[in-house]
Design a protein around this ligand. Structure first.
Ligand code: KG4
Ligand code: ZN
Length: 326
């Protein structure tokens, strides 16, 4: 089954061709980051218009790269939600019949686009710009929420802290680059909810602690502050993830979403997990942030079970727990 995947929920236009037998054939991405950076965040109307501009050229590109043509195509998978309504409509409007994919399911399953994917069940740490969740994944569409952030998402905390340190948008990559040059032990920042005994997170207090520190220290020690923030945020993510694995008796876990590209998180988590006999699986670096490959892959999982829809509708707000299991 050959599936074209289309991601257009926010500020990345992603297109990919996934073959259920041969795997990922081609993927192409256009990031609108430069356009939005000027405004310090995503401008929805500009995002929609740019998706319209990029979608067909990217689609032609993946067909060309894969050596396949429209006649070979079995179906289209597009991000149906959650996301910006106007941006989602661009992907949804591409063609019918199609399967509407939940954006977070795309992220969750992205570590499975691999020659040696993890077997179900596994614990998933989903850390993106809009979400921070720990889940038990026992199959496609079988997601049990273990815990989530009560306020800011992890990526949002990276972005806001980066802003406080005078770094550009999006802040995650810039902050982690600066942190690599700093001393993470010079300042100690709080680890919110570390000992709350559940799998929930809170990042807004950490951001406020950075603000207080910046007011006191100025930006002279920006690299050390960035490092202290990264160490604190990663510490909480790692410890709660391991506690969730222990709770579920899981020996496998995956990390997905933009913050999954963070090298410090990858190093800490892999090392600590290994000590406990847990293997951690990550998506390819470029599939941590939004991309078409994860949508094509998730769509293919549903399409082989004949789950397609003819309705033209996007779901800017969509709860992952309402998905059908396959
Ligand atoms: O998954 P994603 O592309 O978008 C959402 O679905 O939300 O994640 C984007 C988020 C941004 O907050 C960005 O700052 C963060 O992921 N991010 C990172 C890194 N790369 C991207 N955060 C920390 N370290 C990184 N290397
Ligand atoms: Zn995303």
């Amino acid at each position: 089954m050959l599936v074209l995947g289309v991601e257009s929920s926010c500020d990345e236009t992603g297109v990919a061709l996934y073959d259920s037998v041969h795997g990922l054939l081609a993927d192409a991405l256009y990031s609108q980051i430069v356009m939005h950076a000027e405004y310090g965040g995503v401008v929805p109307e500009l995002a929609s218009r740019d998706h319209i501009r990029r979608l067909l050229p990217l689609t032609r590109q993946v067909f060309k790269e894969s050596g396949r043509t429209l006649e070979h195509l079995d179906g289209i998978a597009y991000t149906q939600g959650p996301g910006l309504a106007g941006a989602l409509l661009v992907g949804a409007g591409m063609a019918r019949p199609a399967v509407g994919v939940h954006h977070l399911e795309g992220h969750l399953l992205s570590p499975l686009i691999s020659d040696s994917p993890p077997a179900f069940p596994f614990v998933a740490l989903l850390v993106s710009g809009g979400h921070t969740q720990l889940m038990l994944v026992s199959g496609v569409g079988r997601y049990t929420l273990l815990g989530e952030t009560l306020d800011d998402a992890a990526g949002e905390a990276f972005d806001k802290t980066a802003q406080l340190l005078g770094l550009g948008y999006p802040g995650g990559p810039a902050l982690s680059k600066l942190a690599a040059t700093g001393d993470g032990t010079r300042f100690t920042l709080p680890r919110p909810m570390l000992n709350s005994g559940d799998f929930d997170f809170s990042f807004s207090g950490l951001k406020t602690a950075v603000l207080t520190l910046v007011r006191k220290q100025g930006l002279a020690h920006a690299a050390d502050i960035a490092a202290a923030f990264q160490v604190a945020a990663v510490d909480v993510l790692v410890r709660k993830s391991l506690a969730a694995c222990k709770h579920c008796g899981a020996t496998r876990m995956v990390v997905a979403g933009g913050v999954g590209a963070n090298t410090h998180l990858r190093q800490q988590l892999t090392g600590e997990a290994a000590k406990r006999g847990i293997t951690v699986f990550y998506p390819r670096m470029e599939f941590c942030t939004d991309n078409g490959a994860m949508i094509a892959f998730a769509g293919a999982q549903r399409m082989v079970h004949a789950q397609t829809d003819l309705a033209f509708a996007v779901k800017p707000r969509w709860d992952l727990s309402t998905l059908e299991a396959v």
